[in-house]
Design a protein around this ligand. Structure first.
Ligand SMILES: [Ca+2]
Ligand SMILES: [Ca+2]
Ligand SMILES: [Ca+2]
Ligand SMILES: [Ca+2]
Length: 320
């Protein structure tokens, strides 16, 4: 989502909105034969002892270009204590907390192409989890702590994959010529919601964690985007431009009772661990800032970031 208009255009940072940027990246990168496509994606120097356990912050992680390029930041849930976790000139974005809040998976092109990385919640101990020249991104950490879902175009088109958190066992879950993006685990780890344009426009889908039972939850010609499960597994928040520009919506996990929650240009919803609040990105001031609201959309919408630049992809620490 970007704030320039009602489409996925470039934002103030000169970095394109996620759809447009990914489309450009995909057009440039060559896929290679790796695991899931008949070859292997061999982890390098994978070790379970390379990390030091950091203290869970109970806060919100997000990406921002406030310091000149995309980096990952964390803050307390009230917006205080903003801390920069990545420091390099590459794109670092799409952060996802591990279920214990000790680690963060993210996407970065610091080695020339997009790959999945994992770091401690304080930004130390960064380690690469995918190793190929294709685009690997959009990690979502499973509640069992053992698996990470992600997207990759290593097979020539955009598909949902899953791997063990150490990078082993990379397995393809979707198989079609369309674009499948933005996986998000259900709280029980049994299902994954994602977006796909396999029927012409982007809709929210859900599937079992082994890729079976792929089912469409939204049915319209608009872009339905960025799904995120409620902690009780009963609801899915998402963004949609069905009313002309992007807003945050919520629906039951079976796709019924789709309800709009916001009335300003907004998206990227992320539930709080107690299910009472939703963090999201709102462009009411002309650029994307992280806001928080009650999960039913009522009451005050509180702005958490005030950087005056782009802020995206909030993810709430699962540990309160
Ligand atoms: Ca960076
Ligand atoms: Ca890669
Ligand atoms: Ca696909
Ligand atoms: Ca749609």
């Amino acid at each position: 989502m970007s704030c320039s208009d009602g489409t996925q255009g470039p934002d103030r940072c000169g970095v394109h909105g996620s759809m447009m940027l990914l489309a450009c990246v995909f057009a440039l990168l060559l896929s290679v034969a790796v695991d899931g496509c008949g070859g292997r994606d061999q982890p390098q120097s994978v070790s379970t002892t390379e990390y030091t356990v950091s203290t869970a912050t109970g806060g919100i992680v997000f990406d921002s270009c406030r310091d000149g390029n995309r980096d990952i930041y964390a803050m307390n849930a009230d917006g205080s204590g903003e801390t920069r976790l990545t420091r390099d000139v590459s794109v670092d974005w799409h952060p996802s907390y591990s279920p214990d809040g000790h680690r963060i998976a993210f996407e970065s092109n610091r080695d020339g192409d997009y790959d999945i990385f994992v770091m401690n919640a304080d930004g130390t101990g960064k380690a690469k989890r995918t190793h190929n020249t294709a685009k690997d991104g959009e990690p979502s950490w499973c509640s069992d702590g053992q698996r990470i879902a992600f997207t990759s175009d290593r097979c020539g088109q955009d598909e949902i994959f899953v791997m063990n958190a150490d990078g082993t066992g990379q397995t393809r879950l979707t198989r079609n010529l369309a674009t499948d993006y933005l996986p998000s685990w259900s709280p029980d780890g049994g299902r994954i919601t994602f977006v796909s344009n396999r029927d012409g426009d982007f809709d929210i889908f859900v599937m079992n964690a082994d890729g079976s039972g792929q089912t469409k939850l939204t049915r319209n010609t608009a872009t339905d985007w960025e799904p995120d499960w409620s902690p009780d597994g009963q609801s899915i928040a998402f963004a949609s431009d069905r009313d002309g520009t992007f807003h945050v919506f919520v629906m039951y996990a079976d796709g019924t009772r789709q309800t709009r929650l916001t009335w300003t240009h907004s998206g990227a919803p992320a539930w709080s661990p107690d299910g009472q609040r939703i963090a999201y990105v709102d462009c009411r001031d002309g650029h994307p800032e992280v806001f928080v609201m009650k999960a039913d959309g009522t009451g005050r919408q509180t702005r958490l970031t005030r950087s005056g630049t782009c802020n995206h992809q909030p993810d709430w620490c699962p540990v309160p």
